[in-house]
Write a protein that binds this ligand. Structure first.
Ligand SMILES: Cc1cc2nc3c(=O)[nH]c(=O)nc-3n(C[C@H](O)[C@H](O)[C@H](O)COP(=O)(O)O)c2cc1C
Length: 226
């Protein structure tokens, strides 16, 4: 059975209004609320039900500062790798590690090679599964009025060493989570003119790569996705 109309609208609204946040208002996240958010993450789908996600809550301020230093180091290296967009990149705010109420590292668990179901030809489905968990957390945070930002600007080996990960485990995200003063009304990278959302119709094909989908043939207004 479908959800009631207002419930369905709420789900679509959460999807539309979820934002990657990099400006935070400090404060805190109550333990009960954080447990609820992590529960939402833990209800994500996963390949072969392997549940490859692990969450490390960073509580030690010195550790948080060390992680921030690693992100800053990678931010500078990323800028250098961008060539002519270096200055524009350096002007972007790409993380809120020191201001967010909570910092949560998400890692892929060790021992993932034992999970073959759905991964024999596509081993990266473990990462896809963990990304589903992060998206659940993102949406749940949004409906609770909390901002979340996914930071992936770091050297995974250095983060793994700082967090004491076992061999085979891999960090994939440093999640900044907490109260915000307000949500951006469009992706920050769009607002800063770094990138634009592509029209959905340019990304949907019928049968063969590149063949425009008939889904959008009679719906000119659908060609642009704001
Ligand atoms: C896998 C992944 C990694 C990301 N890493 C970063 C990051 O390191 N720094 C950052 O500022 N944003 C990061 N983002 C956020 C994207 O920039 C953001 O999702 C995109 O600009 C669209 O904005 P929206 O999430 O508000 O819709 C990441 C997003 C994803 C899905």
């Amino acid at each position: 059975m479908p959800f009631e109309a207002d419930e369905a609208q709420a789900v679509y609204r959460a999807i539309r209004e979820r934002r990657d946040m990099r400006h935070f208002a400090g404060g805190e996240v109550a333990p009960e609320l954080l447990r609820r958010l992590l529960e939402a993450a833990h209800h994500a789908p996963s390949v072969g039900f392997m549940q490859p996600w692990r969450f490390l809550r960073v509580r030690d301020a010195a550790l948080r500062a060390q992680l921030h230093a690693l992100v800053e180091q990678e931010r500078v290296r990323t800028a250098q790798a961008l060539g002519e967009r270096e200055d524009a990149f350096m002007r972007l705010k790409v993380e809120g590690l020191l201001e967010a109420a909570e910092l949560i590292a998400v890692t892929l668990a060790d021992g993932r090679e034992q999970h073959v179901f759905g991964r024999r030809t596509l081993p990266q489905m473990d990462l896809a599964s963990a990304a589903c968990a992060i998206q659940n957390l993102w949406l749940a945070a949004r409906v609770e009025g909390l901002g979340m930002g996914w930071v992936s600007l770091f050297d995974p080996a250095q983060v793994a060493a700082l967090l004491g990960l076992p061999a085979g485990a891999e960090p994939i995200a440093l999640l900044c989570l907490g109260p915000v003063h307000g949500f951006y009304d469009e992706p920050m990278l769009q607002r800063e003119r770094w990138a634009q959302r592509a029209p959905l119709a340019s990304m949907v094909f019928d049968d063969r790569w590149g063949a425009p989908s008939t889904l959008f043939a009679d719906a000119p207004n659908e060609k642009e996705t704001p």
